[in-house]
Design a protein around this ligand. Structure first.
Ligand code: KPL
Length: 327
């Protein structure tokens, strides 16, 4: 019998998987340490159809048996800390499936957990979470899954059993790099312009920036050994058109005052640029601008906290600040 399935991360992807896999694997949603009701009464909305599902949930401190099978859907910047936080409650040979934007976090897990079977996924499923107990399956996509390390696992079979379109791939890093370049052209620009994905193509300054970012991303990724049949700009423009009404995940984070996944996307591209000696001034400037804005938000929030409660206003501060210098 397969080991119990756990899901870490209750964002849109975590909740979507919890809902879709409930009938076939009865997953347990792992929550922050603390007391949680035994079941999350989750609503899954798919077009007009609404389904109520009772999903088992547990604070990580209440785990009794080691976790042997785990899908990790946290933000990229949380993966390593979240897994390390499980300590001995994570079996040394656990089977892990990582579903994050960007690159870098997956490789960090491989290094930190050499005894684990580690798979990564790149997904184009469209989901959002209008409330902590509701997930909307807004657009059907494809999830590509590939092995990074360790024993073979049938993650593809599991996701397909849950009704998701899924395929096994040999070179998952190539797919992650392909998604990274699309995200690097769309996500930070939507934050800069505070606009929906499709609007980037309607604003000449944003579209021109997208083209420059695309040319740089292509040069950097080619130097790193990743080539693609179509230029980054063309692919990102097609995605921006397909998802024209979407608020990118990074803009959602910015609006909610959460940390941005900048390190795993633009930050990773800049690391590759540095490693291979390829200039990427446009990405560096965009990175610096967003880091400076995030720092500004933190300061605004800190001074609001210093004021009497009756005067305090504004969103919660980011809990993290990027380690990369802003200059
Ligand atoms: O993956 C996305 C994201 O928002 O993170 C895109 C493709 C840009 C769709 O919104």
């Amino acid at each position: 019998m397969a080991a119990p399935l756990y899901i870490l991360g209750a964002g849109s992807m975590g909740l979507l998987l919890a809902a879709r896999l409930q009938p076939v694997a009865a997953p347990v949603l792992l929550r922050r340490p603390g007391r949680w009701p035994a079941r999350l009464q989750l609503t899954l909305q798919d077009g007009e159809a609404r389904q109520r599902l009772a999903i088992a949930q547990l604070g990580t401190d209440a785990l009794r048996d080691p976790v042997e099978r785990l899908i990790v859907c946290t933000k990229a910047y949380d993966v390593l800390l979240a897994l390390q936080g499980l300590g001995s409650r994570l079996a040394p040979n656990a089977a892990l499936l990582l579903i994050q934007n960007g690159m870098g976090s997956q490789q960090a897990v491989v290094r930190a957990f050499p005894g684990c079977s580690v798979y990564a996924a790149s997904s184009t499923e469209g989901a959002y979470r209008p409330a902590p107990d509701c997930v909307v399956h807004a657009g059907r996509g494809l999830t590509r899954v590939g092995r990074l390390q360790g024993e073979a696992q049938d993650w593809v079979g599991l996701l397909r059993a849950g009704g998701l379109d899924c395929e096994a791939v040999e070179a998952i890093d190539w797919h992650l790099a392909g998604k990274l370049r699309v995200n690097a052209l769309i996500n930070p620009l939507t934050v800069l312009h505070d606009c929906r994905n499709g609007e980037l193509l309607e604003r000449p300054a944003a579209e021109a920036a997208m083209r420059r970012l695309g040319a740089e991303a292509d040069a950097v990724l080619a130097a790193a050994g990743y080539t693609f049949p179509e230029p980054a700009f063309e692919q990102a423009a097609a995605v921006a058109r397909q998802t024209a009404a979407n608020i990118s995940s990074m803009l959602q984070d910015a609006r909610a005052g959460r940390p941005l996944e900048l390190e795993a996307i633009t930050g990773h591209l800049l690391e590759l640029a540095q490693l291979h000696g390829v200039p990427a001034p446009e990405h560096a400037a965009l990175y610096a601008e967003l880091v400076a804005r995030a720092a500004g938000r933190q300061e605004t929030a800190a001074s609001a906290r210093a004021r009497p409660a009756s005067q305090a206003a504004g969103p919660a501060p980011d809990s993290r600040r990027s380690r990369r210098p802003t200059g």
